[in-house]
Design a protein around this ligand. Structure first.
Ligand SMILES: [Zn+2]
Length: 162
């Protein structure tokens, strides 16, 4: 078992966070923004940044080359829909995508929106870690959590209409 600290400060003990989230064992704030046959997408549970969405497979796999043809199609269609929703309802112009295979969780892609306030942490990829830590330590307040939840709700509504 591993101990994972959520953005709410709550700690959960799980084998695999992605399994826990996609199976409903751990419920992310705001719930799933979209759920398909093979994937589950939700607001990130560790870093309170509005529109930061994690797209996780339902199967416990680690690598792209483990995806079936059906999952590949579902993945690209779902990530595209989420991207469209981020643009349309949150006005997000740029997104950084991260996916690492040596994760302790299973297959999941981070969709990190790039906002103006992030510029003070650097211009590109190198700023991401400081941005995430800043969010965790300095933006974990009621007002921002409300903003994040509101964004999650908007994305969810948009995604049911595509
Ligand atoms: Zn898993």
């Amino acid at each position: 078992m591993r101990s994972i600290t959520l953005s709410t400060g709550k700690t959960v003990e799980v084998e695999c966070l992605s399994c826990a989230l996609t199976s409903g064992l751990v419920k992310p704030d705001g719930g799933a923004v979209i759920e398909t046959n093979h994937f589950h997408a939700h607001q990130d549970v560790a870093y309170p940044i509005k529109g930061l969405i994690i797209l996780a497979s339902k199967r416990h796999i680690k690598s792209f080359d483990e995806l079936t043809d059906e999952e590949k199609l579902d993945y690209i269609n779902t990530i595209t829909k989420i991207r469209k929703a981020q643009r349309e309802v949150l006005g997000i112009e740029h997104v950084y995508y991260f996916y690492n295979e040596d994760t302790t969780h299973h297959f999941h892609t981070w969709m990190v929106p790039r906002y103006e306030w992030m510029n003070e942490f650097g211009r590109s990829v190198e700023s991401v870690r400081p941005v995430l830590l800043h969010a965790r330590h300095k933006m974990n307040n009621h007002e921002n959590i409300r903003v994040v939840l509101e964004a999650t709700k908007k994305l969810k509504i948009a995604l049911t209409s595509f």
